[in-house]
Write a protein that binds this ligand. Structure first.
Ligand SMILES: *[C@@H]1O[C@H](CO)[C@@H](O)[C@H](O)[C@H]1NC(C)=O
Ligand SMILES: *[C@@H]1O[C@H](CO)[C@@H](O)[C@H](O)[C@H]1NC(C)=O
Ligand SMILES: *[C@@H]1O[C@H](CO)[C@@H](O)[C@H](O)[C@H]1NC(C)=O
Ligand SMILES: *[C@@H]1O[C@H](CO)[C@@H](O)[C@H](O)[C@H]1NC(C)=O
Ligand SMILES: *[C@@H]1O[C@H](CO)[C@@H](O)[C@H](O)[C@H]1NC(C)=O
Ligand SMILES: *[C@@H]1O[C@H](CO)[C@@H](O)[C@H](O)[C@H]1NC(C)=O
Length: 500
């Protein structure tokens, strides 16, 4: 399930930032980059001769600002004054006998793009690749940077290698994450100011790899010394930790496939814990500039095997929401989710687990960002979710939290038939609950496939790896843009027949 196109580097020890006393910026501060705009301050750091004063000049059309920092343990660090969106600027760092310059620097919003192979899938691999690459040239203010694929057993201060240096599209874009690019482009369409995209992801990785020991400890996932090859924290150490000192606006994430076969039942803990930990760590690393609750968007797993009866994908989809079914929710605040289970791609040359429609995924993410990260009111970003489920002897009636667009289905809803008053369990059975009729916000399901001596103990929707054909799930928002996410609902223990 992993796409691994690059050589694997395993770090033995920190190397490029051994203090040689030469004045320079850290690996990810380069020409053409985007620094975080106001109200936050962009943090910039690098290396220099021990003990010297470094003087910084930010120069652009109408602005010249100056700040200073001292080199301590070979490293200097400065928080620039807040700068409004725009550019270009030059950032010059100078000591007595040398200078280092970043040219063509823009200020805008910086988004980090993480995860595994579906985030890694590049713009050259998706549907309409050549059109998308051509179109990209019209977005010179959306800039891209990609970290190298590296693992480490210790936390790194800086990147050892950079896969793609900060670039102006279409330079190097074919090898850049499609979801990340399309998300940034869609945001730019709305915001009309620079967007910086930092890709740091790797195919075939688990959430444990991207989590710090602190986060893993929250879920009891710390490895023992004799547990075999180290999985925990190796990507966090080498591909996330170096970035903590940069000010960012938010992050998007597409991962979970590998956790369908690794600590699947813990993902409802490990994923929210990782988000919390990243937020805390980026906030601290930037000296408080990156928000402690920065917006975090993610893609709910798409599909992998047609006709599969495994629960693994539905379980991870559910766990991605901390078992609530939608986000944001009290456990996962300031998050947003793109549902993708209705975008299967049986013929993908990269395997069906890597669907090539990344445009819809990115667009749905951008709607979530607009609502959650940018506070835009009235932008629909969540598909319909049940607000009430009524049970009678013959049917169930679901009331959704918004108007729905419905197509008939015999089996996308399933009910758990269980002996009187017992919860859905090993002795119960799941049977289809055909859609009988529907209204503007309601759907009625037949429960006649349970026998008369059984009760409906639970209800679930789209609880399959591959629940529908392309954009053909039965329930969408009224606008038909947003699919209803999957859910599972149990009858509360004491409630009898009335309400699930
Ligand atoms: C930045 O530096 C370059 C090269 O030295 C120069 O051509 C350009 O005019 C400078 N731009 C600004 C905004 O100062
Ligand atoms: C600049 O000064 C530092 C010490 O202040 C010294 O280590 C370095 O060699 C000097 N570099 C050049 C190019 O003169
Ligand atoms: C997480 O899911 C597992 C099994 O899938 C369940 O047993 C557990 O109660 C859930 N934990 C939380 C915190 O929701
Ligand atoms: C980055 O932030 C971390 C956490 O605050 C800090 O320990 C580290 O020294 C910082 N690194 C640099 C290069 O400023
Ligand atoms: C899935 O099932 C359908 C209908 O039974 C069948 O035609 C199709 O070949 C199956 N596809 C796969 C990938 O197994
Ligand atoms: C690809 O382009 C065609 C023609 O413009 C369009 O109809 C289709 O929706 C595009 N596909 C994706 C996934 O964006």
């Amino acid at each position: 399930m992993a796409i691994q196109l690059y050589v694997v580097f395993t770090l033995v020890a920190a190397s490029i930032h051994d203090c040689d006393g030469v004045l320079r910026f850290a690996s990810y501060y380069r020409d053409h980059m985007v620094l975080q705009k106001s109200p936050e301050r962009a943090v910039v750091w690098g290396y220099g001769p021990e003990g010297e004063q470094v003087k910084f000049t930010l120069s652009g059309q109408n602005l010249q600002s100056i700040s200073q920092a001292t080199v301590t343990n070979g490293i200097w660090r400065v928080s620039l004054d807040p700068v409004e969106a725009g550019g270009p600027y030059n950032v010059t760092a100078g000591v007595q006998n040398s200078t280092a310059v970043l040219t063509d620097v823009l200020f805008g919003d910086v988004w980090l793009c993480g995860g595994q192979s579906n985030m890694f899938l590049n713009l050259y691999q998706i549907f309409n690749a050549s059109e998308e690459l051509k179109r990209a040239a019209h977005y010179p203010h959306v800039r891209t940077f990609m970290a190298s694929l590296v693992q480490s057993e210790t936390e790194q201060t800086d990147f050892i290698h950079v896969q793609i240096p900060w670039s102006v599209p279409p330079a190097y874009l074919a090898g850049f994450s499609a979801v990340c690019w399309l998300f940034g482009r869609d945001l730019y369409e709305k915001l009309q100011y620079p967007i910086g995209l930092v890709e740091s992801c790797w195919g075939g990785t688990t959430v444990e790899a991207w989590s710090s020991p602190r986060a893993l400890q929250q879920c009891g996932l710390l490895q023992q010394p004799d547990d075999g090859p180290k999985v925990n924290s190796v990507s966090w150490n080498a591909m996330i930790h170096p970035l903590l000192n940069m000010t960012i606006k938010g992050a998007i994430w597409y991962q979970g496939e590998d956790n369908t076969i690794y600590h699947q039942e813990m993902y409802n803990c490990s994923f929210p814990a990782m988000i919390d930990d990243w937020r805390m760590a980026f906030h601290q690393g930037s000296g408080g500039q990156t928000a402690l609750d920065f917006p975090f968007g993610f893609v709910q797993l798409s599909t992998s095997k047609k006709n599969s009866t495994s629960d693994a994908f539905p379980n991870i989809r559910w766990h991605q929401t901390a078992d609530i079914g939608f986000v944001p929710n009290p456990r996962m605040q300031k998050t947003f989710m793109a549902v993708a289970m209705d975008l299967p791609d049986e013929k993908s040359p990269y395997g069906p687990i890597h669907p090539r429609d990344k445009q819809d995924v990115a667009f749905r993410l951008s709607l979530g960002a607009r609502a959650v990260a940018y506070g835009e009111h009235d932008v629909p970003f969540r598909g319909p979710f049940p607000s009430k489920i009524l049970s009678t002897t013959k049917y169930l009636e679901i009331t959704y939290d918004q108007e729905v667009s419905v197509a008939p289905s015999e089996n996308i809803f399933e009910i758990c038939c269980s002996e009187s008053q017992t919860p859905c369990g090993p002795k119960s059975r799941w049977v289809p609950a055909p859609i009988m009729q529907w209204g503007p916000t309601t759907v009625q399901l037949s429960t006649t496939l349970c026998s008369p001596n059984e009760e409906v103990a639970a209800l679930r929707y789209a609880w399959r790896d591959w629940p529908c054909d392309f954009k053909a799930c039965p329930i969408y928002s009224a606008s038909q843009i947003l699919p209803a996410p999957p859910f599972i609902a149990n009858r509360p223990p004491a409630k009898g027949i009335n309400e699930l």
